[in-house]
Design a protein around this ligand. Structure first.
Ligand code: HEM
Ligand code: HEM
Length: 179
């Protein structure tokens, strides 16, 4: 892909990564519903977009995974000493970005609610569907596991940057590959 090199991720991969980070951060505000049942300004403003942003994240995740797979030979190389763990961690994050929205959708559909994203009705309200509700019930526990995974991921990126002082974070942030 244009711009993708040993030196760093290309502009498409970097844009998808930081857009996903922003949207995932936004989705995590849903934990705030646990404070006063979401009856505070974050709950009433940003969190009310949970279904729309989650649906958008599903579309973006599918595109990002296809993109990462198509250009897997051109991404910056993994460090041979821990490639297996890093690859597994990244794959888990990719998988979660698909499974979380899907289980969220099943959680809603199972309870008989409609799915509406950005004002567009994608699925109408209906009766309760037991199998969908039971798969959907893993959405919340999965969100906690995912949050831990993301904290670990970001911590490792910062550890590489500030402690090991290597290029790992720069490969995902640098605007231009080094001359
Ligand atoms: C918040 C949600 C985030 C998600 C969903 C996410 C997801 C991912 C994924 C799937 C990859 C692998 C990309 C690929 O191989 O094509 C990746 C790589 C990376 N992420 Fe994140 N990330 C997030 C947040 C962060 C944050 C906050 C940081 C920095 C503090 C960060 C730093 C990095 C770095 C440096 C890489 C490249 C690692 C390498 O060179 O192999 N990420 N991220
Ligand atoms: C990447 C996408 C998503 C992320 C990261 C995410 C994250 C979260 C988080 C952190 C919570 C709070 C869990 C808790 O307090 O225990 C939550 C709850 C919830 N999410 Fe999502 N979500 C995503 C997508 C979706 C989608 C697409 C839908 C529906 C179409 C959805 C529906 C729900 C529902 C109904 C709850 C409340 C669950 C309950 O009270 O049992 N989510 N989500």
């Amino acid at each position: 892909m244009a711009g993708q090199s040993i030196e760093g991720f290309g502009p498409v991969a970097k844009s998808l990564h930081w857009l996903a980070a922003l949207l995932v951060g936004w989705q995590m505000l849903k934990f705030g519903d646990r404070i006063d049942d979401g009856e505070h300004w974050v709950g009433q403003t940003l969190v009310s977009w949970h279904i729309s942003i989650g649906t958008l994240m599903l579309v973006l995740a599918v595109f990002w995974i296809l993109h990462a797979f198509a250009f897997r030979k051109e991404r910056p190389p993994y460090d041979a000493s821990n490639a297996l763990y890093v690859k597994a961690g990244h794959r888990l994050i990719f998988a979660a970005l698909v499974v979380l929205p899907l289980t969220g959708i099943l959680r809603m559909v199972g309870a008989g609610y409609p799915i509406e994203a950005f004002g567009i009705e994608l699925y109408p309200a209906g009766g309760e569907i037991d199998w969908a509700a039971s798969i959907g019930s893993v959405h919340s526990p999965l969100a906690w596991v995912f949050a831990a995974l993301i904290v670990g991921h970001a911590t490792m990126a910062l550890f590489h940057h500030f402690v090991l002082k290597d290029d790992t974070l720069a490969r995902m942030t640098r605007l231009r590959a080094r001359d």
